[in-house]
Design a protein around this ligand. Structure first.
Ligand code: ADP
Length: 651
């Protein structure tokens, strides 16, 4: 058995996270912290313990009544006593069950309330995490922690704490009762107990190891489900007809989980088998020695029967008390995982003396900015530029050059490794996050809409906006008429990730959202995907009021945009390699000229509405970036849009 287990362990561990061997480090701080969650509910907990105490004590009565039935009623052939004791026994059992109901009710209240506290706290912490965290953490892992781990904490109170107290009480009362009956038999009975203590520690360790791996695997499984059964992933799987692969991947992962769970259960089972054997030997010896005492006239028959009953009550709690070590370890592991998340530090921190800025002029300045997502892999190198208030600056360059990253540094979605990003001459790190972000609007390529009404999605920009202001913004964004043409108007549900809307419509909603917010600075990532000429015209008309009277940083993919820009920054491999107006740069004959030839020339634009293959996936800008690690959203979303447009253009 053991050899098998060991080999299995090694093979499983291979390739998993390094921290699997780490047992939860139980510190005083950790225990105090856990207790902290229970503290507000101490009154309910006291009630729970009163119930537990009462039922443990009452549990002694039925065996004692059995003794009375045998010794008093049966030996004396007294039917009245027999009836009385039997009814008494039933009555007590009923009372114990009743207390059990009350206890589990209170139990549930306490544990559910604790879960509520922790889950809410965790959501709050995660919400404040920087973007880097979300791109480096699997969503499945986050879901698993918020749901599984936090729910697991429930068992800490119900199973671990209450059961332990109950077991201790039952053992205490029962031992007292058996010694009161006969000390010689009691010593014999108690001698049986230590024999099954020895293997407990081993079982605890093995279970702990498996439990942790199971958790990791479950997160992986969740991830697969979430990715492949979500709209975007499902489209991707279908388009590439990868159903079989995906199913196989899923089957393998779920097989692994089941195997782990079976192993985890089995570890305990062997232990219980061992215990059960001993619990059978015990009574046999007691009957033998007790019977001897009865023959000698030193003990009554009823006492032996009651004694065995009581001793049987002892085995369960003792077993589980040694097993509780497993539960405790498991509980601590859960808390450890929960605390790990609760203790996450938002990387973008607000300076203690951060100032709240009023209305901005809207000047943006990058001063020798260096930035990397992963240490040692610089993405922005020595980037310096200035955008004057009200200017429109276009960022162009090959995919992966760092354009998006530049725009992320302005609202402090990330902070530079070195160098300074300034707005109106103030280092953005010295500005309070809220007041900074309030003045910056972002319209990304792949518009994200929440699965709720169009109204709520637009009001996400400014929740206190009036109906008129919202309609005004939608009119400016050329989307009002479309919304009104829908059956439920602004109350139309957009569906998961806005699948029911075309890309152009979604983007105009996003523009309306940004216009409603009325920020001083706009960051616009123009859609690379092509639109039919009508949508194109609408978007163009929507972008005009979006950019008017604001400073804007536009990742440009349209010739019209670069032509309209006050300044064009050409980004290549994390550096700004050229800057100037369209005509200046064209005359220069450098990278911009090449990009222009490849990307912006009207012939290429005219070729747009052809097919997915010949057009979008061939455009230099769309080809590579979406399969890059870390950028996991855009690709499928874009595919959906493309399908949509193709359908539109065919119709
Ligand atoms: P562009 O917008 O010009 O296409 P990006 O700013 O999106 O370029 O990306 C610049 C580089 O940074 C690319 O090499 C990309 O792979 C990398 N990158 C982007 N986002 C992340 C991320 N979250 N984690 C790690 N690397 C990233």
């Amino acid at each position: 058995m053991h050899m098998g287990m060991g080999g299995w362990h090694r093979s499983l561990r291979h390739g998993f996270a390094d921290d699997l061997d780490v047992k939860p480090t139980v510190t005083k701080e950790m225990l105090l912290r856990i207790l902290g969650y229970f503290k507000p509910h101490w009154k309910l907990m006291v009630l729970v313990f009163i119930c537990v105490g009462a039922s443990s004590l009452l549990g002694l009565i039925p065996p004692l009544l059995t003794r009375a039935i045998i010794d008093d009623a049966l030996m004396n052939k007294n039917f009245r006593l027999l009836t009385l004791y039997t009814l008494g026994s039933i009555g007590v059992s009923f009372l114990i069950s009743l207390i059990g109901v009350a206890e589990s009710y209170l139990n549930t209240l306490v544990s559910k309330r604790i879960i509520l506290d922790i889950r809410n706290a965790m959501y709050g912490v995660l919400q404040r995490m920087p973007l880097k965290f979300f791109s480096n953490t699997r969503t499945g892992d986050i879901i698993s922690r918020i749901n599984n781990d936090v729910s697991g904490v429930e068992s800490v109170f119900q199973r671990t704490i209450v059961t332990t107290v109950q077991n201790v009480l039952v053992i205490g009362f029962t031992v007292a009762a058996i010694f009161a009956m006969d000390w010689r038999l009691s010593i014999l009975g108690l001698c049986m107990i230590p024999t099954f203590i020895v293997p407990t520690r081993r079982v605890g360790k093995a279970r702990w190891d498996i439990a942790k791996i199971t958790h990791e695997k479950l997160a992986e499984l969740n991830q697969i489900i979430q990715e492949t059964l979500g709209v975007a992933g499902a489209v991707l799987v279908k388009i590439f007809t990868r159903e079989d692969d995906q199913r196989e991947k899923f089957i393998n992962a779920s097989k692994e989980v089941v195997q782990l769970q079976i192993k985890e259960a089995l570890v305990g089972r062997w232990f219980f088998m061992f215990v059960r054997t001993f619990s059978a030997i015990g009574p046999a010896l007691i009957y033998f020695y007790g019977g001897y005492l009865v023959i000698r006239g030193e003990l009554t028959v009823g006492t032996i029967v009651a004694f065995i009953n009581l001793l049987n009550r002892l085995f369960g709690p003792v077993t589980s008390l040694f097993n509780i070590h497993v539960e405790v370890t498991r509980s601590l592991a859960l808390f450890e995982r929960v605390f790990e998340y609760l203790d996450l530090q938002p990387e973008v921190l607000e300076a203690p003396d951060a100032v709240s800025i009023g209305e901005l002029k809207g000047e943006i300045e990058f001063e020798r900015v260096n930035f990397s997502y992963k240490p040692g892999q610089p993405v922005l190198k020595d980037v310096s530029f200035t955008v004057e208030p009200g200017q429109m600056v276009a960022l162009v360059g090959p995919s992966g050059a760092g354009k998006t990253t530049i725009t992320y540094l302005v609202p402090r979605l990330y902070d530079p490794d070195s160098g300074v990003v300034k707005i109106d001459g103030i280092d953005v790190k010295k500005i309070s996050l809220k007041s900074l972000r309030q003045q910056i609007g972002i319209v990304t390529q792949d518009t994200f809409l929440f699965n709720t009404t169009i109204r709520e999605n637009i009001l996400f920009g400014r929740k206190d906006a009036t109906e008129e202001e919202m309609i005004e913004a939608c009119k400016a964004a050329q989307i009002h008429d479309f919304i009104m043409s829908l059956e439920n108007g602004y109350d139309t549900l957009v569906g998961e990730r806005g699948i029911k809307l075309s890309g152009g419509e979604k983007q105009r909603i996003a523009i309306a959202r940004a216009i409603l917010r009325d920020p001083r600075i706009i960051i616009l990532d123009e859609a690379t995907s092509s639109l039919d000429s009508h949508s194109e015209a609408l978007i163009k008309a929507a972008i005009a009021p979006l950019l008017a009277n604001r400073t804007s940083l536009v990742i440009a993919h349209r010739l019209s945009t670069v032509l309209a820009a006050d300044k064009i920054l050409v980004v290549e491999d994390g550096r700004i390699v050229e800057s100037g107006t369209h005509h200046e740069l064209l005359a220069k004959g450098g990278l911009y000229r090449r990009l222009y030839d490849e990307q912006f020339r009207p012939e290429i634009q005219n070729r747009r509405l052809q097919s997915i293959n010949s057009e979008n996936l061939d455009m230099p800008e769309t080809r590579v970036r979406h399969i890059e690690p870390g950028i996991n959203e855009p690709f499928p979303a874009r595919l959906i849009q493309q399908i949509h447009w193709n359908a539109n253009s065919e119709g």
